[in-house]
Design a protein around this ligand. Sequence first.
Ligand code: KG4
Ligand code: ZN
Length: 347
Amino acid sequence: MIVLGIETSCDETSAAVLKDGKLLSSIVSSQYFHSKYGGVVPELASRAHQRVIVKVVDEALTSAGIKKEEIDGIAVTYGPGLIGSLLVGVSFAKAMAYGLKIPIVGVNHIEGHVFSTFLMDEHPDFPFIALVVSGGHTMLILVEDFLKLTLLGQTRDDAAGEAFDKVAKLLGLGYPGGPFIDKLAREGDPNFVKFPKPIPSSKSKSSRETDELNKYEFSFSGLKTAVLYYLKKINFQSLGEEEKNKLIRDISASFQRAVVEALVEQTIKAAKDFNVKNITIAGGVAANSELRKTMKEKAENEGLKLYIPDLAYCTDNAAMIAFVGYIKLKSGIKHDFDLAPVPNLKI
Ligand code: KG4
Ligand code: ZN
């Protein structure tokens, strides 16, 4: 079965071709121009998707050596994401499926991340715990089968990647901030400032869920505010260049330590509670070198096995969408042509 995957939920236009679940090609066109605005501008993102989508799909087919008449089905991200961006991908996929008279299936972007390790030679057996950490999401998911996912907990406020981006902005670094903080933290002291742990207590007043769910939640907005207050306290802006440069490294390392410790602690806790032996991390933040290293060490200590996709499949890509689409189409799941984007689609 040949499946074409299309992903346009945020600022990456991507298309990929899979044959019987094996990757033939994956093309990702990133909208780097958002960096000058310090974040993704939704209107500009959808216009850019519109401009490049035909070229990206053509490139994916050419590079796979597949003619469009050979495609058996189309998988497209229909949420969660930016409405204008999703509309471009969904509309394009519908038109193409209609023209070729083939089935279309809408895929949840988060499910794509959860199964991105299945594009690699090594992937986890069921059941496994998936930590999805990106600019928009921080979720712990129990995965018992391809079609059996249970959301254990998520962030109550900012996503982990969003916290990286906001703290980087406070430190005067570029966008997206995660890679800058990751690099600078390597030369900093992670014990320089003791920032609060971004895990809400289960007794917290703002608790909206049951205690069981609370056990696996995160909260990053307090951590970001703690960095802001710390910078104000030391009068960061008035300091000299040399002093600032050293502080940026130490604060990056201290902030990153707090984020990584929380992500690792909650993931290992979920694996132990549900007696699961395999863990996977996906999403842009899975590129973080300290997260990869610490999660691997802690997992090994607990007798757990960690699977992380290659960097190109950690960030947004259509290959992971094509894979989930392939599983769904094979199970007889497809959508009608009234398929529409759902910006806040849940697991
Ligand atoms: O999955 P992704 O490409 O896009 C979505 O948000 O869906 O994730 C982007 C996020 C950004 O917040 C970026 O700062 C973060 O991933 N990120 C990192 C690293 N590389 C990307 N965060 C920490 N360390 C990194 N090395
Ligand atoms: Zn994503």
